[in-house]
Design a protein around this ligand. Structure first.
Ligand SMILES: [Zn+2]
Length: 149
């Protein structure tokens, strides 16, 4: 089956079927439960859980938008940058989102690669390395097909 990327992200982040259904406005039984089974992710034990990780805090403060991007509903620094504080450390939401999507620390600045202002969707975040790779692909495309892509 095809698993929606946003559903998969939240399943991997440890959310329950009910929480994911509520956050994304999808059906718990028809969409989330089959996706969990397809990905082989065990069910979440019931009960309240404190934010165990900064990634967990991140998911509590984002709002998925209809077009697949995500809006930050949490705290912003004076310069407007979305930030989270966890265990005494401040990090931008963009860096946390990048780590969720890429399972590694970002290199250099992290910026959304989409054209939605301030998007914090993990899949949209880029760092120096992913931007360099994208430029290489663009150059290759140009070399093969000619002209600017
Ligand atoms: Zn985006």
């Amino acid at each position: 089956m095809k698993v929606r990327a946003d559903v998969a992200e939240l399943l991997r982040a440890g959310y329950s079927n009910t929480a994911i259904a509520r956050m994304l406005g999808v059906d718990r039984e028809c969409t989330v439960a089959p996706a969990r089974a397809a990905l082989g992710i065990p069910k979440v034990k019931p009960g309240f859980k404190a934010a165990g990780s900064i990634e967990d805090l991140f998911w509590r403060r984002v709002r998925p938008l209809d077009d697949g991007h995500m809006q930050w509903d949490g705290y912003r620094a004076k310069n407007g940058v979305p930030v989270l504080r966890h265990n005494g450390c401040n990090q931008t939401a963009h860096r946390v989102a990048f780590r969720i999507a890429h399972q590694r620390e970002p290199e250099g600045r992290v910026r959304p690669g989409c054209d939605r202002d301030g998007c914090v969707a993990p899949a949209c975040q880029t760092d120096r390395i992913t931007r360099a790779e994208a430029r290489k692909v663009d150059a290759l495309y140009g070399a093969i097909f000619g002209g600017a892509a």
